[in-house]
Design a protein around this ligand. Structure first.
Ligand code: G1P
Length: 321
């Protein structure tokens, strides 16, 4: 089949971020930082590396900071220039998308991920596109979407989803795939289910928030009935499209942090901080000291210490009624 190049990417960023209140009262959750780069910038970096030329953001009310972030900041630039801060200037310059490379539209109501994607249909038009859920922050070389582009090229087109394994106890938080065979990094997907109870999950391979989709998905979203959580689910539309087109799972090689979650967000900061040339070594030392301290000093109830260290938590039993 004729394989069309992926030029555009959608970033759904309309979510309210209630799990991060009060931090997200006045700023979008996508502007929270991984060290010093906003979460949304991480996803845009990954898309750029994979050759994406146009960035489509599906935003909502109170998300203006995202649009400002991807615009020039002339006042700031002139101050930096006056002060001779050339490194900072260069950084801003290299991060900035060119004029006309970004588009913004709003999801007017929170009707689900499928609906958010559908809101971008006119900006995508009749061509395959990438979809990146910025909450999922990846760490890998090359980036996740680049790895998927390679699978896309190898398989000759169709749809590609990044998948990875999670502990079985966590499958119900995600979309889960069923697959028949593994061919290198590509899995032939033959089933999907959104947020299954553990016993209904066909595998522990989850949909990890990166997609390459054909434009026929939009019609499937349009005819999708509200699914899990009463929302228009992208997964349901993909299940419908699976009747007509192949879906490949790309076994992503790297680490994923679910930054929709406080713990995942903190871990992402630690993981990315450790790899930084500038602060990495000092950060590692500081962390080691801190961990050492928490092992020898025990200022908090046992449960909390264990929770912070990712160990099993013993909670006090509530008094019998
Ligand atoms: C969405 C998708 C789900 C996927 C997840 C990854 O769910 O519907 O299939 O596994 O993203 O983060 P959400 O996190 O929006 O509930």
């Amino acid at each position: 089949s004729m394989q069309r190049r992926i030029r555009k990417a959608i970033f759904p960023v309309a979510g309210l971020g209630t799990r991060f209140l009060p931090a997200t009262k006045a700023i979008p959750k996508e502007m929270l930082t991984i060290v010093d780069r906003p979460v949304i910038q991480m996803a845009v970096d990954e898309a750029r590396e994979a050759g994406i030329e146009h960035f489509v953001f599906v935003t909502g009310r109170n998300k203006n900071a995202i649009e400002d972030h991807f615009d020039k900041q002339t006042e700031l630039e002139s101050v930096l220039r006056k002060r001779g801060k050339s490194d900072e200037l260069e950084l801003l310059e290299s991060d900035l998308p060119s004029a006309g490379q970004t588009s913004f539209t709003r999801q007017q109501e929170p009707l689900g991920l499928g609906h958010a994607v559908w809101c971008a249909r006119n900006m995508i038009g009749d061509e395959p596109f990438a979809l990146l859920l910025p909450d999922m922050v990846m760490q890998s070389e090359p980036g996740c979407l680049k790895q998927m582009m390679d699978v896309y090229a190898e398989t000759g087109g169709g749809n590609v989803i990044a998948v990875e394994t999670v502990p079985w106890a966590e499958v119900s938080r995600y979309g889960v795939v069923e697959f028949s065979k593994t061919d290198g990094l590509a899995l032939a997907i033959n089933g999907m289910i959104e947020k299954p109870v553990r016993d209904k999950a066909p595998s522990n391979h989850i949909i990890s928030g990166r997609y390459i989709l054909q434009p026929e998905i939009f019609a499937k979203i349009e005819s999708a009935k509200p699914g899990a959580g009463g929302e228009i689910q992208l997964t349901d539309a993909m299940i419908a499209l699976m009747e007509e087109q192949p879906f490949w799972g790309c076994k992503f090689e790297g680490v994923t942090f679910d930054c929709g979650d406080k713990l995942g967000f903190l871990m992402a900061n630690v993981a990315h901080g450790l790899l930084r040339d500038d602060i990495g070594p000092a950060f590692r030392l500081g962390l080691e000291k801190l961990l050492q301290r928490s092992l020898t000093v025990d200022p908090l109830p046992v449960g909390n210490v264990n929770e912070r260290a990712g160990l099993p938590v013993t909670r006090k039993q509530p008094a019998a009624a």
